[in-house]
Design a protein around this ligand. Structure first.
Ligand SMILES: [Zn+2]
Length: 494
């Protein structure tokens, strides 16, 4: 989402790029860019691991994985693998190896809150959390450059997919305003010409403008993704084949025929106290019907459950929020205004049970879409509303399990599903020969307890191993990049 609670003015400061994040990567790169990420030269064996390949629920116990020049060559059980001479050996110590994680809804502080130079540090936070593929959901030219830099190995980061700028009916940060039907068609052609991967709809796109966007995008063979205005309606978005974020417009679509209102809590509706009464008029049969319709339409759903449930339904307390690892990665200048908006929001006279029901309805919907055969994508929507990408993605997996998915099904939303959605199943998303060596080594079986995905011992990106201490340094560097100590200004430019 765009920061709808408040937008803080941008204060630019000079900042030296951190060597730890970018140092001598280009030299180590071989084979040129793959889909979106560099491959790094060398032979590596990871042994003594339990492989959660995400091709089935079966865990390959006590296995070894051979990686050559950035790709998985073989996965073998037990001690059958004879390591090639000169191979680097990594002892998995009985841990679990999962595919690198995908976050299908992210933004960057470098999109406007902080200078562009901070972006590599932000990508480092994602990598340190095991996130090896991302979709940026509010595009700008800087992100396109970043996508190329990551693909060429000039910046170490997850593979980037980049949506176009926010298409909306009103001006704002990062917004391409759509002024007319003709303008909608022009905007799609601009998005395609600039090289973005998706057309991203945000606020106020309705009626003929919506139809024109969808039509032009279909002709240009680019997918339309993002928000759905209640005035468009979820059924029309499903018919259009739009990839729907945040479960937008489902509440309105599920209101009973007898409901005295047509508005509910999608988009800006969530900030209007009067709209919350509508939760008493949700027709459970219609919820199921919409879930089935979503599956039938083959539309991918990115529910961003954790972000929205926490922001609007079932919040963290202030103390819980400040105890999250995210807290130290939030720019100091935005903390106070965001905390004030939080207070204003929760001071609204809406019963706590009503707020909580919002989260329950969203969870129910996700479970029913999944059960109907619909496709779910994990997305954190960080770093908005004081919740940061990386950490947020792990919490999204937990939220999906809370909604009723099994840990395996939840993990699929961030691995195999991501590859399928991005057309990359031959390249990433599972642990199989020929796939990129984008891997996360964790302690504990994630299929027993999804929270184990947070116990990261090491991350591999395109065959390059980042051990736990290196990941710690990346986080530490990001803290400095996001909130530079006063002295850092003097050191810049060296
Ligand atoms: Zn967003």
């Amino acid at each position: 989402m765009i920061a709808v609670l408040s937008r803080v003015s941008v204060v630019l400061f000079r900042f030296a790029l951190l060597a730890v994040l970018t140092g001598s990567l280009a030299a180590a790169q071989v084979g040129g860019p793959t889909t979106r990420g560099a491959l790094f030269k060398g032979t590596v064996v990871i042994s003594n691991v339990n492989v959660v390949a995400m091709t089935s629920e079966k865990v390959l116990r006590n296995a070894a994985v051979l990686i050559r020049d950035g790709r998985i060559e073989r996965v073998v059980p037990g001690s059958r693998l004879r390591a090639p001479r000169g191979a680097r050996h990594i002892d998995g110590a009985g841990g679990y190896l999962i595919p690198g994680l995908g976050d299908m809804h992210t933004h960057l502080y470098a999109d406007g809150t902080l200078p562009e130079a901070v972006a590599p540090a932000e990508l480092g936070v994602m990598l340190a959390n095991g996130v090896t593929t991302i979709r940026l959901m509010g595009g700008n030219p800087h992100q396109l450059r970043l996508r190329g830099q990551v693909a060429r190995g000039e910046v170490l980061g997850p593979q980037l997919w980049v949506s176009g700028p926010y298409l909306a009916n009103k001006a704002g940060d990062g917004v391409r305003v759509i002024a007319s039907v003709e303008d909608a068609r022009l905007a799609v052609r601009e998005v395609v010409a600039a090289g973005y991967d998706f057309v991203k709809i945000t606020f106020g796109i309705t009626g003929a403008t919506y139809d024109a966007l969808v039509d032009e995008a279909r002709a240009a063979r680019i997918r339309v993704v993002g928000h759905v205005e209640p005035a468009v309606g979820v059924r029309r978005a499903l018919a259009a084949g739009q990839q729907i974020e945040h479960l937008d417009a489902y509440f309105e679509g599920a209101l009973s025929d007898a409901a005295p209102m047509q508005e509910s809590v999608t988009q800006y509706g969530v900030y209007r106290p009067a709209n919350w009464v509508s939760l008493d008029h949700i027709d459970d049969k219609k919820l199921t019907e919409l879930a089935v319709a979503t599956a039938r339409a083959g539309v991918w759903s990115g529910p961003t459950l954790e972000m929205f449930n926490r922001a609007f339904g079932d919040p963290f307390t202030d103390d819980e929020l400040k105890a999250l690892p995210d807290w130290e990665l939030i720019p100091e200048k935005i903390k106070a205004p965001y905390m004030r908006s939080r207070q204003r929001y929760w001071a609204q006279p809406i019963p706590r049970e009503t707020r909580q029901r919002y989260a329950v309805i969203r969870n129910t919907l996700v479970k029913r879409i999944h059960d109907a055969g619909g496709k779910i994508l994990a997305g954190s929507d960080g770093p908005d509303l004081l919740m940061v990408y990386g950490y947020g993605l792990h919490r999204e997996l937990q939220a999906l399990v809370k909604a009723g998915l099994t840990p395996y099904q939840a993990l699929a939303t961030a691995t195999s599903n991501v590859a399928e959605f991005l057309g990359g199943t031959q390249d990433f998303g599972t642990i199989q020969p020929k796939r990129r060596a984008d891997l996360v080594l964790i302690k504990g079986n994630p299929l027993d307890d999804i929270r184990n995905t947070q116990n990261i011992e090491g991350v591999m990106i395109g065959g390059r191993w980042l051990a736990k201490d290196e990941l710690g340094k990346m986080i530490a560097a990001a803290k400095v990049a996001i909130n530079p100590p006063p002295a850092a200004g003097n050191a810049a430019g060296k």
